[in-house]
Every structure is written in C-alpha cells, then in structure tokens.
Design a protein around this ligand. Structure first.
Ligand code: NDP
Length: 501
C-alpha cells in the first residue's frame, strides 16, 4: 500500500500563475497561504493574481484566439492535443489525486477512483465529440443557401469552487477548448494546486501558449477582474448564489458578456411508503449527503419521507452514517474526509445550533479531532430529524455532512414540500409505482430527477439547475453548444435576387 503521507510530504507543487505558456509570479509578487484541511497547517504559498495579471492573462488569451492557433486549428489537431491531455492526466493520476486530497480534504481513494478519472474522461469525451457535431443548412428558398455554423465564442472566464476542483474545472475547460475557445481559469483560493498542474499537463500535451491561462487569486480581486473584463466573452461560474449574482452585475456593468451559473442546491430525496428496498434506499440517502463530507452542490441534503417509513428509514440512514470511516484523507480506508476550510467547518457547526434552536432532534453534528490531526477540519455525519421545511435548516444550503429530515403523508405532499425551496438543482423520488414515479419526475422542479437511485451521472447527461440553482448546463453536447455562437452565412444563388422575404 502506498504511503500517501510521505508522498504528500514530498510534493513540490507549482504555485505560480500560468500565463502565456509559462509559470510566473504575480506582478506585485502577492501570495496567499493555502491550508491543508486534513491538519489545518499551511501547505503552500500560492501567487495571487491582481488586476494587472488578470488583464495580461485575458489579453494573451484574446490574442491567442485571434491568431487562430487554436480557434482555427484543424479539428484533428485539437482532438490530438486533448486526447494527449486526458492521457497525461491519467499518467499523473497519483500526483493530481494527492494534490486534491491535501488541498481539499477529499479521501485519496475517491480522488484516485473518481475525481481524476472523471475529469480525464470529460476531456476525452469532448475531444471525441468535437468532430461529430455537424452544423446546419436552413430550409431557404431555392435561390439561396444559408449555413448555420457553430463558432467558438472567444475568451471564456472559468471561475470554479473548491468542492470538486478538478471535475468542475474539466466541465468548464473541456467543452470550451474543444469548441476552439481560449480560457482564463480562476480556481478557488482554497484549491488552486490541481489547476496549476493541469495547466502544466495541457502545455505538455501541446496546447499552444495563451490558450489556457490560470490565475489563482482572491475572488473579489481576480474573480471580479475577470468578470468585468471587456475582452471576456463568457463567464462559466460554479459557486454560491451571492457571488453568481455578482457576476451578472459585472457582466451588466461591463460588456454584457454571457454568464452561466451553477449555484448549488438543497436537493430533496422524496421517499414514499411503497419504496422497494429500504436498505438500498438508506444507503443511497446516506451516501447522497455524506459523500465528500456533504460538500456537493447537488447533495441530497433534504430527506422528505412518508410517515409510514420514517422511523425505520431514519434509523437505517443514521446507522450507515455511523459506519462510515471518517478521518485522514491520506488514509486509503477513509470514506469521509475533512471539510475544506475552517470557515466552512464553523459554518457547518453553527447549523447544529440552529437545528437545535428550531426544535430538530440532532444525531451527530460534533467536530471530530482524529489522532494526530487535531487541528484538521472534521465533522461527524449528522442527521437533523423533525425539521420544519420552512425553517433555516430546511431552506439554507449547509454544504456539510448534514441531512435534514421532514415527514410528509403521501406523494402529493412530498412533491409539494420538495418544491418549497429557492433551489432546483436535483431531486429524487423513491417509489415502486410507475405512474407516481413519472408524475414526480414531471412535477419536481429540478435540473435532474433520479428515480429509485441518487447521484448516478456521467458526462453524457446535462447538469445544472432551475430557480436559484442557476442557469446553463455543464456536461453533454448542450454544454459544448453553450461555448459556441451560431453564425448564419446567407449565400445568394441568384445574382439578381435582393428581395427580402
Ligand atoms: P464562492 O461563491 O464564494 O466562490 C466560488 C468562486 O468564486 C471562487 O473561485 C471564489 O474565489 C470566487 N469569488 C468569490 N467571491 C468573488 C467575488 N466577489 N467576485 C468574483 N469571484 C468571486 O463560494 P465559497 O467557496 O465561498 O462557498 C460559499 C458557499 O457557496 C458554500 O458554503 C456553498 O453553500 C456554496 N458553494 C456552492 C458550490 C457549488 O458547487 N454550487 C461550490 C462551492 C460553494 P475565492 O476562492 O478566492 O473566494
């Protein structure tokens, strides 16, 4: 078995900005500390991009775009580079997984089995897709030919969060690059290291200088500079609703750039009395909220359960939660790692007090200090039972390993309560009745509805939300389309014809 702790100690990650194909310090040499949540200690000092750095990165990306070196490159060239990048990601699986585990607190087992392979598969899938998407010819009169072509948009500003750094980055940059855009990526302050490694691998794969720039930095500085830059054509954002709305303002106050937003959720798992297999359901519910210590935007954070199965199901969910191995992300047996930051830890713990104040019965909810990692940020899997869906616990995104349980009577009430949320990212329904399942899938207001399962997904399906969960979609060819602009070329086939229809 690999000694991941020694391997992590031997890491010497790149910590500088990546602009114009080279790593460089910020213009003012500013840095910020990145703290590993596994032990609460400073792990690296990362260059912090300021306005001047972001401006240089965007102008370089725009120049690369205008030069056509990537935007007009033969599709097979783009494909070969992205295939090579996907291969390199897998060849560097251990290093990328280690960076993710140390920086974000993901268990190393998940980082190796899920995060890196999923990100690599995303890059490969868009590379495969890019010469299989055909353009269109419009049904014009016989005297004309109108071509409708997809063209790359230009410069994409990708601003991503800390909960799945590599996967969410791949969801943004893979379709962007496949479509021929240039990208300026602003990783989350808490988790910049895997993005910088990715930039190095992209360069090694043959991506021309300037096509992918990475500018770690503070959100309100580097993120805002990107959001307001007049040469950025689109912002692809995942994060909190407040910051997402800020990007709409930046766009409105600058060049009216496109903005796609994925803003988290409060996903409901509606379990009806005729659920087929309570054990399988309990396991899916527990993993749906405790995986990645609950720091999942579509995490199934609300269990809305019929009174007839409430007691048995909740008991089983609590048992699954207690059985999970919580601890050091660098231990291969760990199933639940740390919370990504102290701020987030405090936020999650504060909700335990709120739950008690709102009258919920609290199971778990305490900070854990594993041996030797006492300063790390760990919370035990938590269940808040007897939650009023209208209260703060039922409505606010906690973003930690905390499940709220609300009891209902029958499908109609279950769907109604599930929809009583400002969010609409994902939901599930558990029932054996086909008609009820289809009706629920129709009536649940969410971008994804699972039936008798949870959190099964792939790059082949679109992902995104409705209501305050945002707009736009990651994954699938719909995402590819969203990084292109449609251009109409109308060709007259009759030199005398100038008539408008
Ligand atoms: P934020 O929305 O603050 O951060 C997301 C990204 O936006 C980061 O790269 C961040 O940079 C950047 N950013 C922050 N402030 C600004 C700003 N004023 N202008 C431009 N860019 C900015 O999410 P947090 O990481 O702070 O998490 C807060 C909450 O958001 C979580 O508790 C959770 O509820 C939700 N969330 C949802 C996620 C999802 O997947 N939908 C993911 C992460 C969080 P920096 O890292 O420097 O702050």
């Amino acid at each position: 078995m690999t000694d991941w702790i020694s391997a992590a100690a031997a890491l010497a990650p790149e910590t500088r900005l990546f602009i114009g194909g080279e790593f460089c310090a910020a213009a003012d040499e500013a840095t910020f500390d990145t703290i590993s949540p596994r032990d609460g200690h400073v792990f690296a000092r990362v260059s912090s991009a300021g306005d001047a750095d972001v401006d240089r990165a965007v102008r370089g990306a725009a120049a690369a775009f205008d030069s056509g070196v990537w935007s007009r490159a033969d599709r097979r060239t783009r494909q070969a580079v992205l295939f090579r990048l996907a291969d390199l990601m897998l060849e560097n699986l251990d290093e990328l997984a280690l960076l993710e585990a140390v920086d974000s607190g993901h268990p190393i087992g998940d980082a190796r089995a899920v995060d890196v392979p999923t990100a690599a598969r995303t890059v490969r899938w868009y590379a495969e897709a890019l010469d299989k998407v055909y353009d269109e010819i419009a049904p014009t009169p016989e005297n004309a030919l109108a071509l409708i072509r997809r063209e790359p948009l230009g410069v994409i500003g990708a601003v991503v969060p800390w909960n799945y750094p590599l996967i969410i980055t791949a969801w943004k940059i893979a379709p962007s690059l496949a479509a021929g855009n240039s990208v300026v990526l602003k990783p989350a302050e808490l988790t910049s290291l895997s993005a910088l490694k990715l930039a190095e691998l992209a360069s090694e794969a043959g991506l021309p200088a300037g096509v992918l720039q990475v500018v770690p930095g503070v959100g309100r500085v580097a993120g805002q500079a990107l959001g307001r830059h007049p040469l950025v054509d689109k912002i692809a954002f995942t994060g909190s609703p407040a910051v997402g709305k800020g990007f709409l303002t930046y766009a409105g106050e600058s060049n009216g750039k496109q903005v796609s937003l994925e803003l988290g959720g409060k996903s409901a798992q509606v379990v009806l009395a005729d659920v087929a297999d309570l054990d399988a359901c309990a396991s899916a519910i527990a993993w749906g909220i405790f995986y990645n210590a609950g720091q999942t935007c579509h995490g199934g954070s609300r269990l809305i359960v019929d009174a007839l199965v409430h007691d048995e199901l909740v008991e089983k969910v609590i048992a699954v939660g207690r059985s999970l191995v919580l601890g050091d992300p660098l231990d291969e047996s760990t199933q639940v790692g740390s919370i990504a930051s102290e701020v987030q830890l405090d936020r999650v713990l504060a909700y335990t007090a709120i739950a008690r104040a709102e009258g919920a019965v609290v199971h778990g909810g305490e900070r854990v200090r594993p041996d030797g990692l006492g300063d790390g940020f760990y919370v035990e899997p938590t269940v808040f039972d007897g939650v009023d869906n209208a209260g703060r616990i039922g409505q606010e995104e906690i973003f930690g390993p905390a499940l709220s349980v609300t009891t209902v009577h029958g499908a109609a009430e279950g769907i109604r309560v599930a929809n009583e949320s400002a969010y609409g990212l994902a939901a599930s329904v558990w029932t054996q009745d086909l008609t009820t399942a289809h009706r629920a899938a129709r009536d649940l207001r969410a971008g994804t509805v699972w039936v008798n399962t949870f959190d099964v997904a792939d790059v082949i399906t679109p992902f995104g939300g409705v209501k305050q969960s945002g707009s736009g979609r990651d994954r699938s060819l719909h995402a590819f389309d969203s990084y292109t602009a449609l251009k109409t070329t109308w060709i007259s086939l009759d030199s005398a014809s100038t008539t408008k229809e």
